[in-house]
Every structure is written in structure tokens, then in C-alpha cells.
Design a binder for this molecule. Structure first.
Ligand code: HEC
Ligand code: HEC
Length: 291
């Protein structure tokens, strides 16, 4: 009879109410704890449902392999001007390089003075430049069918040797001498676009003076001498940098500059540097007179 009375009577609703309230509390707190609160991040967008649940449980939801979505690394060149690289270039032996150079004469000219306006003259080019460009062709950082194939056949030592040989040839590019900038009468007020670009640049358009790296002002390590280089070759390289067809310049220095030049300016500077060749007879005469 006691069952019919007090808390034990069958019709007592309270146990049911208790269970249901406990279940409801559990559900609400789970939703709050796992879905609502865990979703919010202090610095960043809200997390998705699965990420929020994993975070509340203290486990990681990121099960993708660590290498999956990395974009391919793109460095402009393998060469850095470390003391080791410079020592390797300096160790180049011109006499040994003469043999390697037998493979180059057909295109670059016997003594590195190229007759074709689209093939660069190598005589007088700084050996660091030749070494770097050969390595860039070898590693595919600079692309040109024949040169890539030829460079692949050369070891780093061959490259240093042939670089030393071509750098020591005369009658090609005039070496860059530090003539100091600015020069008299060569300033921003210059109306000739080539002289202005070479000696003063265009600060308003963010173009530094070419002469600060390619001479006559100063030579930056790795910047080729352009004095006497073929105008069409200079023009084609500038266009290639501007369009991103050539991307082997460290820190995108040339890509940035070339992209800002108009085609008239490209023509003008190319003609300016190519014409440095005309002064060659007097130059060598002056040098011979000094000796
Ligand atoms: C079949 C013709 C050919 C042969 C052979 C050849 N080259 Fe070249 N070389 C070229 C051309 C064309 C270019 C310019 C390519 C470009 O625009 O990137 C070039 C570019 C270069 C450059 C870059 C110069 C610069 O100012 O940036 C170097 C350095 C060079 N060659 C070295 C050599 C050496 C060293 C050899 C021999 C071992 C050689 N080449 C053989 C055609 C040739
Ligand atoms: C801050 C230094 C710097 C300035 C300024 C600069 N250059 Fe260069 N330039 C370089 C370097 C370094 C390279 C070699 C890039 C590489 O490693 O391939 C180069 C390469 C080039 C080449 C390719 C030559 C070859 O033999 O392959 C041309 C052409 C050239 N520059 C033209 C110009 C002109 C024109 C200007 C001025 C409007 C200019 N540069 C301003 C540093 C500079």
C-alpha cells in the first residue's frame, strides 16, 4: 500500500521531470560548449562545426599531410654572393677556360666578341656575371634552349674557368669603371631620356639610375657591363624582364625596373650603352699610351 503513497506512487511525475531536465541541460550545455563557444576565435574567423567540436575536445582536426597545400617555392637563382661562391669564381683558371671556350666561339665569336646582334658579347664581361648566368641556365632559372643545354654540360669548375677566360678577353665590352655620379650637366634636367635614365633615373616613377649598377657610376656585384653590348640584345633582355620571361634577377631588381620603362626608353638606353663601343679605339689607344 505504501507504493500508492508518497514518492513511490506510480503516477508520481517528478522522476520523469528530473531525468528530462538533466537530459535537456546536458544537450544545451553540449551545444553551448562544443558548438557555440568553441567556434569563436579571438583573432580570426569563426571555426566550422567539426573544427569547433575537435577544439572543445582538445584534439586537432587537421589530419591533412603537412606537405599538401604548399605552393611551389620559386627562387630566382641558386647563386648567392657568399664568400664561398666568390672564392669559387675567383679560382677560375683562364688557360683551362680557353679549352671550354672552344665550344662557344661559333655563336659568341672567337674572342667572345659576338657578331650577331641577338647573341651577347662575352669578352670583358665580369667573371661573376658569366658564372652566375651559366648556373642559371643550368638550373633552368634562365631559359634559352641552346644555352641551357650547353650549361648543363659544364661543371661549376668549367664555368669558373670559362668565365675567367672570357672576362680576360679584350676588344669586347668596356669594363665598368667607377666614374662617380652625378656628372656635370647630367641631371634630372637632362632632356635626353637615355642620359637622364642612366645618370639620374626617374625618382618620380621609382626608377633608379642604371649607371649606379651598370656603370659608369658604379658596378653592382652581378650586374653585367652593358658598355658595347648589342642594342638588340639589351632591348630583348629588358623586354624579357618586363614581361617576366626572364626572372633570374636577385630580388627582382631588373624585373621591377624594366616593367616601368616605356618602349622608347628601352630603345634609348639600349642605343646609349651599345654606342659605348664606338669609343673603343680611342679607349684602347689611351690605355696603350699609359702602358
Ligand atoms: C648555339 C649558340 C650558342 C653557343 C654555342 C653558346 N651560346 Fe651562350 N648564348 C647564346 C645566346 C643566343 C644567348 C642569349 C640567350 C638569352 O637571350 O637568354 C647566350 C647567352 C650567354 C650568356 C649570358 C650573357 C649575359 O650577358 O647575360 C653567357 C654567360 C653565355 N651565353 C656563355 C656561353 C658559354 C660559356 C658558351 C660555351 C661553353 C656558350 N655560351 C655557347 C648562344 C650560344
Ligand atoms: C640596383 C641595381 C641595378 C639597376 C639600378 C639597374 N640594373 Fe640592370 N641589372 C642589374 C643586375 C644585378 C643584373 C643581372 C641580373 C641577373 O642576375 O641576371 C642586371 C641585368 C641587366 C640586363 C641584362 C644584361 C645581360 O647581359 O644579360 C640589362 C639589359 C639591364 N640590366 C639594363 C638596365 C637598365 C637599362 C637600367 C636602367 C633603366 C638598369 N639595368 C638598372 C642591376 C641593376
Amino acid at each position: 500500500m505504501a507504493r500508492d503513497q508518497g514518492p513511490f506512487k506510480l503516477t508520481n511525475p517528478w522522476p520523469k521531470i528530473g531525468w528530462w531536465s538533466a537530459a535537456a541541460l546536458l544537450a544545451v550545455s553540449s551545444i553551448l560548449g562544443f558548438l557555440v563557444l568553441a567556434r569563436v576565435q579571438q583573432n580570426g574567423p569563426d571555426l566550422g562545426t567539426w573544427d569547433a567540436i575537435c577544439r572543445a575536445l582538445g584534439i586537432t582536426s587537421d589530419s591533412a599531410p603537412a606537405f599538401a597545400a604548399q605552393p611551389p617555392l620559386r627562387t630566382p637563382t641558386r647563386i648567392a654572393w657568399t664568400p664561398q661562391t666568390l672564392a669559387q669564381v675567383a679560382a677560375g683558371d683562364a688557360n683551362a677556360g680557353a679549352f671550354v671556350a672552344l665550344n662557344c666561339g661559333a655563336c659568341h665569336g672567337e674572342d667572345g666578341v659576338s657578331k650577331s646582334s641577338l647573341i651577347p658579347t662575352l669578352a670583358g664581361l665580369d667573371r661573376t656575371v658569366i658564372f652566375k648566368q651559366l648556373d642559371d641556365y643550368r638550373s633552368g632559372k634562365r631559359l634559352w634552349g641552346v644555352m641551357s643545354a650547353i650549361a648543363t654540360a659544364l661543371s661549376a669548375e668549367d664555368s669558373a674557368n670559362v668565365a675567367a677566360w672570357f672576362a680576360s678577353r679584350t676588344g669586347g665590352l668596356l669594363p665598368v669603371r667607377n666614374e662617380g655620379l652625378p656628372e656635370n650637366g647630367r641631371s634630372l634636367r637632362q632632356t635626353d631620356p637615355a642620359l637622364r635614365l642612366v645618370f639620374a633615373g626617374e625618382p618620380t616613377r621609382g626608377i633608379p639610375p642604371c649607371g649606379a649598377c651598370h656603370g659608369p657610376g658604379d658596378q653592382k656585384l652581378g650586374a653585367p657591363s652593358l658598355n658595347g653590348q648589342h642594342a638588340s640584345y639589351i632591348q630583348r633582355q629588358l623586354t624579357a624582364f618586363a614581361q617576366g620571361a626572364r626572372q633570374n634577377d636577385i630580388n627582382a631588381q631588373m624585373r621591377t625596373i624594366a616593367a616601368k620603362l616605356t618602349s622608347e626608353e628601352i630603345q634609348a638606353v639600349a642605343a646609349y650603352y651599345a654606342a659605348k663601343r664606338e669609343q673603343r679605339p680611342q679607349e684602347s689607344g689611351a690605355k696603350a699610351a699609359q702602358k
